[in-house]
Design a protein around this ligand. Structure first.
Ligand code: GRF
Length: 201
């Protein structure tokens, strides 16, 4: 329906970014990646973006006076680039309410577990430590909490006997790449309603 104007925030490897870049290139996804921003200079995701001809910049949080000051800078970079939806793809920072309000209802995240189970860091390790037999992937809208926003889509991944973080992580990642692209495609086709407005009071 409408071309999505995306900004992607990353901190690391960027395999989810790669899946989105590939889907855009092969026209499976009607989107333009306006800007990729990493808070870490060494993030391989930056190379992936540049190799695809997409603008990629480092915005380091080091030396910033506050979380809000950093987030304000991020907001203005993304707005200046014409970003409509912000896609978190392994961005290892918690966004402040200031950022969430600036892109109200237009920030998505992917998490390697079936939320509300195992939020926060090391979701794979948490799942293995609990001995769950099924874990998975969640794509959700971002709100002010950590991995607490309204769920858009989930997909299960079985935990197999003998799994460790590497083997489970490989299967979870493969599912992430499919699910993120599917959700973005549905969004571009107008099939995903925005998150409901926060309750007053
Ligand atoms: C993914 O597992 C994602 O769910 C989590 O961070 C990881 C990022 O991986 N939020 P990559 O950088 O996209 O390879």
């Amino acid at each position: 329906m409408a071309t999505l104007e995306l900004g992607v925030l990353v901190s690391g490897n960027g395999s989810n970014l790669q899946a989105i870049l590939d889907a855009v290139r092969s026209k499976q996804l009607d989107a333009r990646i306006r800007l990729v921003v990493s808070n870490r200079e060494q993030a391989y995701a930056l190379e992936r973006a540049r190799a695809a001809g997409v603008s990629a910049v480092v915005c380091s949080h080091r030396g910033m006076p506050s979380r809000e000051a950093y987030d304000e800078k991020l907001v203005s970079m993304l707005r200046d680039a014409g970003v409509e939806y912000v896609v978190l793809a392994g961005f290892m920072r918690i966004l402040s309410p200031l950022f969430v309000r600036a892109f109200q209802g237009r920030v998505l995240n992917i998490h390697p577990a079936l939320l509300p189970s195992f939020p926060g860091v090391n979701a794979l390790g948490q799942a293995l430590a609990h001995g769950v037999k099924v874990t998975g992937v969640t794509v959700h809208w971002v709100d002010d909490g950590v991995d607490t926003g309204p769920i858009i889509a989930q997909r299960a991944v079985p935990v197999l006997p003998g799994d460790d973080e590497a083997s489970l992580g490989a299967r979870v990642h493969a599912v992430e790449h499919e699910l993120y692209v599917e959700v973005l495609r549905d969004l571009s086709e107008g099939q995903i309603p925005g998150p409901s407005a926060p309750k007053a009071g």
